[in-house]
Design a protein. Structure first.
Ligand code: SAM
Length: 287
């Protein structure tokens, strides 16, 4: 064992666990699991299994279940362990705690009570999918799970339409086809996208194409397993709208709304009607 971790400084240790391949656990996470005084996990059975695979004995130590449904009751117990000068490790069922998983309130309570908060980074499906998607990774926005109902989902997608980067979404396999269909409708079918399934597992699969193509493929088959959907920024959207607004604002300085719209539509090769509508809005806003 790494001697640095052989006696842990008291505090809460958030450890990332594999999202499929058990050997994706980090050496540091194993050190922390071996040395922590108290262990807490979203799913105690999964953590026990992971520890067994890697030969980390639980011994006489406490392994406490901590998840969304018992967090209010269990959190004070974990904070009390920190008060008593113990090291506490927390793992979610898979991946990184807090990323569409519990852990946020526990981390916040730890900091509020003046204890050390330590993160042992590792796997997360969001970043793994981003690196496989073929979509730009300079800027990305993780939006987690969208609402289940189509109406709410569409309005959530509308809010994301102008994000200047790659969107990363988690989705259940049962809803993926419907979600892709809604995304294609709201964002436009020509946006580049990727569907990443069962990452780091036996049936890992990455589909790349436009939103319309992926929506069609998803509708034609029964998707199984765990899924991340990514949507690229596309040619239309934020950059273009900003360009249109800038051009209109300049044109409106010396021309009527009608003329400004004509000029900008011609200059940018766009349909006149939406440009005219936008020019009207900008002109009204400036009044
Ligand atoms: N905390 C985890 C993380 O860091 O990725 C995410 C937990 S969230 C409850 C579970 C969702 O993550 C799944 O529904 C799926 O969208 C995504 N996910 C987790 N493991 C995955 C995998 N191996 N392949 C694809 N998506 C995965």
């Amino acid at each position: 064992m790494n001697p640095v971790e052989s006696k842990l400084t008291p505090g809460l240790y958030l450890i990332a666990t594999p999202i499929g391949a058990a050997r994706d656990i980090t050496l540091r996470a194993l050190d922390i699991l071996a040395a922590a005084d108290v262990l807490a996990a979203e799913d105690t059975r999964s953590l026990r299994k992971l520890m067994d695979i890697h030969g980390v004995a639980l011994g006489e130590r406490l392994l406490i279940s901590y998840h969304d449904h018992n967090a209010i009751k269990v959190r004070p117990r974990l904070i009390a362990a920190l008060e008593a000068g113990k090291s506490v490790v927390y793992a979610s069922e898979a991946g990184t705690p807090m990323i569409s998983d519990p852990g946020y309130d526990l981390a916040r309570a730890t900091v509020a009570a003046g204890h050390m908060l330590i993160s042992a980074p590792g796997p997360s499906a969001a970043v793994t999918a981003l690196t496989l998607s073929g979509l730009p990774a300079e800027r990305f926005f993780f939006a987690g799970f969208l609402p289940n109902s189509s109406t709410k989902r569409k309005s959530a997608i509308r809010e994301l339409a102008k994000v200047p980067g790659t969107l990363i979404l988690y989705e259940s396999p049962r809803r993926t086809a419907a979600m892709l269909k809604d995304a294609a409708e709201v964002l436009g079918g020509d946006r580049p996208a990727a569907l990443c399934r069962e990452l780091t597992k036996k049936f890992e699969e990455v589909l790349r194409g436009t939103l319309a193509e992926l929506a069609e493929q998803a509708a034609e088959r029964t998707l199984k397993g765990e899924i991340v959907v990514l949507v690229g920024q596309g040619d239309s959207g934020n950059v273009r709208e900003i360009d249109i607004d800038r051009a209109l604002q300049t044109a409106l300085e010396g021309h009527s709304v009608r003329d400004a719209a004509d000029m900008v539509a011609a200059e940018l090769g766009l349909k006149r009607r939406p440009v005219y509508q936008r020019a009207l809005e900008l002109a009204k806003g400036a009044e």
